[in-house]
Design a protein around this ligand. Structure first.
Ligand code: PEP
Length: 251
């Protein structure tokens, strides 16, 4: 039985005041008794400590949106996995499509980040997903397979022991257009099948979450699919009421 994960990706949104209000409401609404689900908040890096302090004593977990592949060095402006560990960061997103597309992160860089995160004992959340053009050309599964195999080749299947995979079709991120439960389930089953070719037992245990315009009114149907183990939530995670409803949609 895989434990569900719902992770909030706040992207580059927020302020000290908003973080205070949002986390207070999330702690009140979700902070205790989470028997079936892990809930992680990935704020922008400057607010990690604030979220850590506000969430202390609750069951909410901390995540980060990005990381550098090295643990220290002359990399101006970057943040390492070791630094994230100082703030009890448990989950780190790697390979989000906004990083791949807007910051030219390629598969090798994503794999290095994945390795750095696992190396600190944190949980990498490897984001994979195809563009609309790729889906329309019938290449969705191949594209996702290539993204996944690149990390498997660099890090080895063992590095996936605790990892999470987030299937996020690029055409669904921030667009209000969601993959249908059937489309998402088909891709999740395909991802699990690829993992199974490397390690059957591990594939059954690996959490694969869906991201792409998940909202309070479509979460339950998506999360009810056999291979969907929760969600990565962008826009809707900035609304406490909506995010709480999404978390409560995990059955
Ligand atoms: C995301 O940023 O990972 C995401 C899924 O965003 P949204 O929910 O806004 O589509």
């Amino acid at each position: 039985m895989r434990r569900a994960l719902v992770a909030a990706n706040w992207k580059m949104h927020g302020s000290k005041a908003l973080v205070d209000e949002l986390v207070d409401r999330l702690v009140a609404g979700l902070g205790q008794g989470l028997n079936a689900v892990d809930i992680a908040i990935c704020p922008p890096a400057p607010y990690l400590q604030q979220v850590q302090e506000l969430a202390r004593g609750s069951e909410l977990l901390l995540g980060a949106q990005n990381v550098h592949g090295e643990n220290s060095g002359a990399f101006t402006g970057e943040v390492s996995a070791a630094m994230l560990a100082d703030f009890d960061v448990r989950f780190v997103l790697v390979g989000h499509s906004e990083r791949r597309n807007l910051f030219a992160e390629d598969d090798l860089l994503v794999a290095r980040k994945f390795a750095a995160v696992s190396g600190q004992g944190q949980i990498p959340v490897l984001c994979v997903g195809e563009s609309l053009q790729e889906r329309e050309a019938g290449q969705a599964e191949t594209v996702v397979q290539e993204q996944l195999e690149a990390v498997l080749a660099h890090c080895g299947v063992g590095a996936f022991a605790d990892a999470v995979i987030a299937y996020e079709p690029v055409w669904a991120i921030g667009t209000g257009r969601t993959a249908s439960p059937e489309q998402a389930q088909a891709m999740h089953a395909s991802i699990r099948g690829i993992l199974a070719q490397h390690d059957k037992e591990l594939a059954e245990k690996t959490r694969i979450v869906y991201g792409g315009s998940v909202k309070a009114d479509n979460a339950a149907q998506l999360f009810a699919q056999a291979d969907i183990d929760g969600g990565l939530i962008g826009g809707a995670s900035l609304d406490a009421t909506a995010f709480i409803q999404i978390c409560n949609s995990v059955s």
